[in-house]
Unconditional design. Structure first.
Length: 106
């Protein structure tokens, strides 16, 4: 069964924040390349939804969160079988305190 990929609002906001930051600190070209890389990481996930590692920091949740890595970013997602989709929940910068990931998804 193939699933749709659905980006939740938090993940979309994180992409916008990353783009804004790198547009100012580096260039729009660098920012766009980074965003494209993060998004491209999810290509094909609908055929292999369990390809990502399980996110142990969120193992107390009823959903089983998984993640894919692009550079120093985790693309955190879970498989919503009820709606036949993969929900991209967060884009997490791994240079931050890992507890922030838990706080982001409260």
């Amino acid at each position: 069964m193939e699933l749709d990929v659905y980006w939740l609002e938090l993940a979309e906001n994180k992409l916008e924040d990353i783009y804004s930051y790198y547009s100012e600190k580096a260039s729009k070209k660098v920012a766009q390349k980074l965003i494209n890389g993060i998004i491209d990481t999810t290509i094909g996930i609908e055929q292999q939804p369990e390809i990502g590692q399980i996110e142990n920091a969120l193992d107390n949740r009823k959903q089983v969160f998984r993640y894919l890595i692009y550079k120093n970013y985790k693309v955190v997602y879970w498989i919503n079988y009820k709606y036949s989709r993969i929900e991209i929940a967060n884009i997490f910068d791994t240079r931050q305190n890992p507890n922030k990931l838990i706080e982001d998804l409260k």
